[in-house]
Each structure stands twice: as structure tokens, then as C-alpha cells.
Design a binder for this molecule. Structure first.
Ligand code: PLP
Length: 469
């Protein structure tokens, strides 16, 4: 082992190599230096490990230089990258939720390249409010009196509770104490806001009288939370928001609803399960409703708060609001996305997640057939390519029990395991993420965007060439 350590080249010696010098003209010097150091560390680790079964690492000059080059190219890649989502989960929180509509992307570019009237009232020639750009639009689309937008829905819920029930009681059903995405839990958000949580009812059933009996002179709000990514079946009962509003009115208490996904489109018109829309909730008379910008709305990450003007005004002047404010890119892309909703047909056609949700089986079959045709010659000798029916999911906690019939393209690898194939595609410069099902890697064409299939073809072409070596 000592002999191997002695044979390791030094950093300075490597930096003098013409090959490394050349690499430093192509890539930043500091990055190449980092690659040299990390490669030497890796080699030292390999030498220590070889006591096991790994065998000694190749310390020849070309092998070491090749390792440094590979490491340098790895370090040169941005950490945050596009990926191909072939998982069939449309609003995939780990993969960035909603891809944006073309109009939203253009609005971001314009906002980024230029100055803007972000906080400038052009008609008065004086300081204006950033919220004014979308408030009117949100009210027109939903029937709300007023609204504002913060960083995300978690912030929206926190801000609403902090403003309305800090140090006071907020009543919530035990069936609605949900956890979303591992970091947002209703009881914890309530605790952070300073609201005192009063749980009522049972996990599966909560009645109106449960809320009524819990009301005291310390009660500030009645809270309703969308169950999002879980669903209770069997003997269940939750109080409809309209009944809660009526109870609230008789006791002069505001009802606030965390809608989670918050859709502006009634999906039952497209053959899916009925999910109350934001408009329905506002019409039911809630004081405030909150929802995400990047779930069923298909816009940027944002938390939208809509409702009665008196409450919205209190939220707007809460100093915490300043810490949760949205930036100009969110504002630009949110306004552009909302404008598409002025014509629902346009929204369905142009907001990517709406297009994916409403895509017909016929269209999916056509997309899958085209992909299979392109993959078959490329995958020759590598994997069997076929198609099967399957199910896509909406994701993001929206319509959790809704399954969408889809068409899958499947790869059954011959020489490597399906796990190795999955890893190979996942570790590409543009990673390709599918699902493993019955020893096959499956790609759901529903969530594959324009140009995605080219990355898959390129990856399989390279893998086939490597296999032949
Ligand atoms: C998703 C969700 C949230 C969190 O929204 P973010 O925009 O991710 O912060 C809060 N409440 C419910 C019910 C949700 O479904």
C-alpha cells in the first residue's frame, strides 16, 4: 500500500502536465484544480479500500489524467438542471412541479432583461404596489373582493393565521391535519403562526356541531384544509365549507380555507372527478382562501390569498408580509398565466399541466406509437421495446385518487439489469426519469415534453455503442 501511495503524482506535478494545462483553458482554473485534488483523494481512498476486493486502482499516467478530465467535466455541470419527466406524475414536486406556458416564459424574459413598473404607478407617476398587477385579474377570475400573492401557499397559510388568530384559537377538523411533502404540517404551521389549534371531530368524521361546541370567546377563526394527498374512504364526513360559513356568520367568525391546489377549472367538465374550484369556495362565502400558484393553476411557485377586502387589507399591512413577498419573475409569469384563464379554452391548450391532464387517450397512444417507432431501431440488441396501458397521476396533492389512463413505452433490457438501465439514464447530462414496473423501465408519454424523446434516443444510442465495445 505504501508503494502505491508513493506512486501517486503530486498536485504540482499534475498541474504541469500539458493535458491539464489544456483543460484549464477550456474550463475555469479553480474548477480543474478542484478536480485534481478530488481525484487524488478518490485514488487514496481506492488504495485504502483495495485491501478488500476492489484491487489496486490504475495509477498509470493516462488513467489518472482521464479520471481528472472526467471529474472536471462533472464539476463543470450545473447542479440544477432540466430533466426529462417520464414518470407520468404531472405536478411532480421533486421535479419542479409545473412547467410554464410560453406566455409566462416570455414575461419572465422581458422582466429579466428590462426595467419594469414593478412598484411604479404609471398613471400617477409615483410609487405603486407590486400586488396591483395581479389583484384585479385574480378578482375577475374568481369573484373575490381582494387578494394578494406571497412566496408559496405554506407562507400564505402562515400569514393568514398569524394575522387573524395569533394568540387566539383556530378550530380545525382532525380529518384535515395533513402533512404535505414532509415539511408542511398543519399542526406545526399553526404553532409557528402563534395560533392555538383546537382539534375537533374524529379522523374520518367531523360534524357541524363539533365546530359549534368548540367555539369559545377565544375563538378567532374556523379553518378548513384540503386533505390533498390522502383520501379517507368508508364512513366519512367532513363539513361542507358553505355550512361552516353559515355557522361562522352566526358567531361572527371568519372561515378560512387552505385549498392546496386551487383549481380555476372545473375538471368534471373534462371527465374527471369533481373538485371544488376557487370560484366555488369564494362563492360559498369564505373570508379567505389560499392556494398554490404552481399546482393545478400551472403557474410559478406562489401562494395566492383571496377573499374579503377587510381581511386582505389586514394581511397586506402585516409586517411579515414583507418577508414573504414575491419577486418580479413570479409576478410576471403569474400575470401571464392568469391572463390565459380569461379564456378557458386557451388555458387548457396553453398551460402545460392543463394540457397534460386533459390529453386524450387517443393522442397519448399516437405519441407512444411514435416514440416506440423511434426507439426500436436504437435499442436493437439492448432492450425489447413495447407498449402497454398504464396510469398517470396528477400529483402535487391534487385529486389524489384520480388516475388518468395513459399509454406507456417500455424497455426490457437484455444484458444489463433494469436498475442499471434506470441509473444510466438518470445520470445523463439531461437525466431521464422513468418508472420501474415488472422488470421493465417504463416511460409515460403524457409528461414527456417537446424534445424530450431526442434525449432518450441519444442516451440509448450511446448506451448501445458502449455495450458493443
Ligand atoms: C401543497 C399544499 C400546501 C403547500 O403549498 P406550497 O405552495 O407547496 O407551499 C399547503 N396546503 C395544502 C392543503 C397543500 O395541498
Amino acid at each position: 500500500m505504501q508503494e502505491l501511495f508513493r506512486r501517486l503524482p503530486g498536485v504540482d506535478q499534475l498541474l504541469d502536465e500539458p493535458f491539464i494545462q489544456a483543460l484549464m483553458t477550456a474550463l475555469p482554473r479553480s474548477l480543474v484544480l478542484g478536480a485534481v485534488r478530488q481525484t487524488l483523494d478518490d485514488l487514496r481512498d481506492d488504495i485504502k479500500k483495495q485491501a478488500g476486493d476492489a484491487g489496486p486502482p490504475d495509477l498509470s499516467r493516462p488513467a489518472v489524467l482521464a479520471r481528472i478530465e472526467k471529474k472536471a467535466h462533472e464539476l463543470a455541470q450545473p447542479s440544477f438542471r432540466r430533466v426529462v419527466n417520464a414518470t407520468g406524475v404531472i405536478i411532480h414536486t421533486n421535479l419542479g412541479r409545473s412547467p410554464l406556458a410560453e406566455a409566462a416564459l416570455q414575461a419572465i424574459e422581458t422582466a429579466g432583461r428590462n426595467y419594469s413598473n414593478l412598484e411604479f404607478d404609471l398613471s400617477e407617476g409615483m410609487r405603486g404596489s407590486r400586488y396591483s398587477h395581479v389583484e384585479g385579474l385574480l378578482c375577475d377570475l374568481t369573484g373575490a373582493e381582494a387578494g394578494l400573492v406571497v412566496n408559496n401557499n405554506a407562507a400564505a397559510v402562515l400569514l393568514v393565521l398569524e394575522t387573524l388568530s395569533k394568540g387566539k384559537e383556530a378550530i380545525v377538523s382532525r380529518g384535515e391535519l395533513v402533512e404535505i411533502g414532509g415539511s408542511f404540517r398543519i399542526p406545526e404551521v399553526m404553532a409557528s403562526s402563534g395560533a392555538i389549534m383546537v382539534e375537533v371531530g374524529a379522523t374520518n368524521k367531523t360534524h357541524l356541531r363539533d365546530y359549534e361546541e368548540a367555539i369559545t370567546d377565544q375563538t378567532a377563526v374556523l379553518l378548513k384544509v384540503h386533505q390533498s394527498n390522502f383520501h379517507i374512504i368508508g364512513f366519512t364526513e367532513q363539513v361542507p365549507v358553505a355550512d361552516l360559513v353559515e355557522l361562522g356568520r352566526s358567531k361572527s367568525l371568519p372561515v378560512i380555507e387552505d385549498l392546496g391546489s386551487g383549481s380555476l377549472v372545473d375538471f368534471s367538465a373534462y371527465g374527471l372527478i369533481k373538485e371544488p374550484t376557487v370560484q366555488d369556495t369564494i362563492a360559498d362565502g369564505v373570508a379567505l382562501a389560499t392556494f398554490s400558484g404552481d399546482k393545478l393553476l400551472g403557474g410559478p411557485q406562489a401562494g395566492i390569498i383571496l377573499g374579503q377586502k377587510g381581511y386582505i387589507d389586514r394581511i397586506k399591512t402585516n409586517p411579515i408580509n414583507r418577508a414573504m413577498r414575491i419577486d418580479k419573475f413570479t409576478l410576471a409569469s403569474l400575470e401571464a398565466t392568469l391572463r390565459l384563464y380569461l379564456d378557458e379554452e386557451k388555458a387548457i391548450e396553453q398551460v402545460p399541466i392543463l394540457r397534460m391532464i386533459t390529453m386524450s387517450y387517443r393522442e397519448l397512444r399516437k405519441k407512444a406509437t411514435a416514440l416506440k417507432r423511434k426507439l426500436t431501431p436504437v435499442a436493437e440488441g439492448l432492450a425489447e421495446v413495447d407498449m402497454a396501458d398504464g396510469w398517470s397521476k396528477i400529483g402535487g396533492g391534487a385529486l389524489p385518487v384520480q388516475e388518468l389512463k395513459t399509454r406507456l413505452v417500455r424497455l426490457l433490457p437484455f444484458k444489463i439489469t433494469v436498475n442499471d438501465l434506470e441509473a444510466w439514464l438518470r445520470l445523463r447530462p439531461v437525466p431521464i426519469l422513468g418508472r420501474i414496473e415488472h422488470d421493465r423501465l417504463v416511460f409515460d408519454v403524457r409528461t414527456m415534453l417537446k424534445g424530450d424523446s431526442d434525449f432518450l434516443i441519444q442516451a440509448l444510442t450511446e448506451l448501445a455503442a458502449k455495450e458493443i465495445e
